[in-house]
Ligand binder design. Structure first.
Ligand SMILES: Cc1cc2nc3c(=O)[nH]c(=O)nc-3n(C[C@H](O)[C@H](O)[C@H](O)COP(=O)(O)OP(=O)(O)OC[C@H]3O[C@@H](n4cnc5c(N)ncnc54)[C@H](O)[C@@H]3O)c2cc1C
Length: 377
């Protein structure tokens, strides 16, 4: 992306977004589509940013029983994806590989099978609707006939609303679409955000930006930038580590959580969540446990070459939900932090722009503000 000379004219842009990862880019796309003049300020590529290290699953199933609204929000996003991708491809001129085929979580052993089944019953009760089930091994084999599953695999949790997208292609397409919608994407390091003359000053390596409306979408760096209003933002780094297996013939038309074949044919192994501070280094002993799990599911992987390993830090709100909020005492500043920003990208593009521009959050997301942590906003 070109570096641009920053605009320094006060009030020229409607909204400045700090952070151009998947959350900031998705929001900017939605805002620009509404005719809003948006500037996205994003630090030059830092390889461990979650937006560039994730698996690309659009994943709604078997989670958030304790947070049914968040589960619903995920399903809403998944349903908005096909139309979003179509529009994104049209505007950006780029292809975004995506499969809306449903998703599978392999189940090892009868006990796990029963646990999954019970969970899905409860989830269906909580949500009122759930398009998924636990399936027996025979049915799993019909869905993925080219994968010789290990003997312990007795079935899978299946949800028809899951899918997978090429996450880097998604990010590229968002960014390519922005200038075509009149938005500005500027690669620059933001150093500070401060209230200024009834608006906000965003200090960057390339100069200052002034705006009336500001969005903080800088992942973990939101903790620092929100400090003028929230001294201790309740989010923490949640580490994910993955192994990458060499390119294989395409055998996985439906994504499998924990061992997902990419659109290029490689297989990404890993699904762990670790709370280990800001250390994003790969720990072989830790990532090996996931490799062993994957080999129990798909024993042939043991004969394949590992070609890479990496880790990334998710942004995890303390209660595992998302935060979409105005900052206390600063109704013109919104903040977005979520640990599943690929899954939620369609909701962010389609359902959040009105909130950023001063409207209400969609009903499903109303409980996701900072109020739940005791802040007045
Ligand atoms: C291993 C792994 C696998 C994952 N798999 C999935 C998955 O399959 N599906 C899913 O939905 N989610 C997945 N996630 C989570 C997902 O990647 C994150 O939810 C998402 O990346 C968060 O996006 P974000 O834009 O909010 O934050 P980030 O990705 O952290 O992006 C923040 C952006 O802010 C910018 N920034 C930071 N500091 C500054 C600064 N000072 N100045 C300017 N810009 C700044 C960064 O450059 C970056 O572009 C995974 C995460 C990991 C680590």
């Amino acid at each position: 992306m070109d570096k641009k000379t920053p605009s320094r004219k006060s009030g020229e842009r409607d909204v400045v977004i700090v952070g151009g990862g998947i959350s900031g880019a998705a929001l900017a796309f939605g805002l620009a589509g509404k005719g809003c003049k948006v500037t996205v300020l994003d630090a030059p590529t830092r390889t461990n940013m979650a937006s560039r290290t994730n698996v690309g699953l659009i994943w709604c199933q078997s989670k958030f029983l304790h947070l049914p609204e968040y589960a619903r929000w995920g399903f809403m996003s998944s349903r908005l994806f096909p139309e979003l991708v179509r529009e994104l491809e049209e505007i950006s001129g780029l292809r975004v590989p995506v499969n809306f085929t449903g998703g599978l979580i392999p189940v090892l052993g009868a006990e796990d099978f029963q646990k999954r089944a019970d969970y899905i019953v409860k989830l269906r009760e909580a949500l009122g609707e759930y398009r998924g089930a636990v399936i027996e091994r025979g049915e799993l084999e019909k869905k993925l006939p080219k994968i010789p599953f290990g003997p312990e695999v007795c079935g899978a949790a299946w949800c028809e609303e899951d899918g997978v997208i090429d996450p880097l292609a998604l990010l590229r397409a968002y960014r390519a679409a922005l200038p075509r919608l009149g938005a500005e994407y500027v690669e620059t390091m933001v150093l500070d955000v401060t209230p200024h003359a009834g608006g906000y000053r965003v200090t960057t390596r390339n100069g200052d930006y002034f705006c009336r409306r500001l969005v903080l979408a800088a992942g973990l760096a939101n903790r620092r930038f929100a400090r003028f209003a929230v001294p201790d933002l309740p989010v923490y780094p949640d580490k994910g580590q993955v192994l990458l297996v060499e390119r294989l013939p395409m055998v996985m038309p439906i994504p499998v959580l924990g061992a997902t074949q990419t659109f290029g044919g490689t297989v990404i192994i890993g699904f762990k969540h670790e709370r280990v501070g800001h250390d994003s280094g790969v720990v072989p002993a830790s990532v090996a446990t996931e490799g062993r799990w994957a080999m129990r599911v798909w024993p042939e992987l043991a004969k394949k070459r590992l070609i890479r390993t990496w880790s990334g830090l998710r942004v995890m709100p303390e209660d595992n939900m998302a935060i979409y909020s105005r900052l206390p005492g600063h109704p013109q500043v919104s903040l977005i932090n979520t640990h599943s920003a690929v899954t939620m990208a369609a909701a962010h593009s389609r359902l959040l722009p009105d909130f950023i521009l001063g409207g209400e959050l969609p009903e499903t997301a109303r409980g996701m503000t900072l109020k739940r942590f005791g802040f007045a906003c």
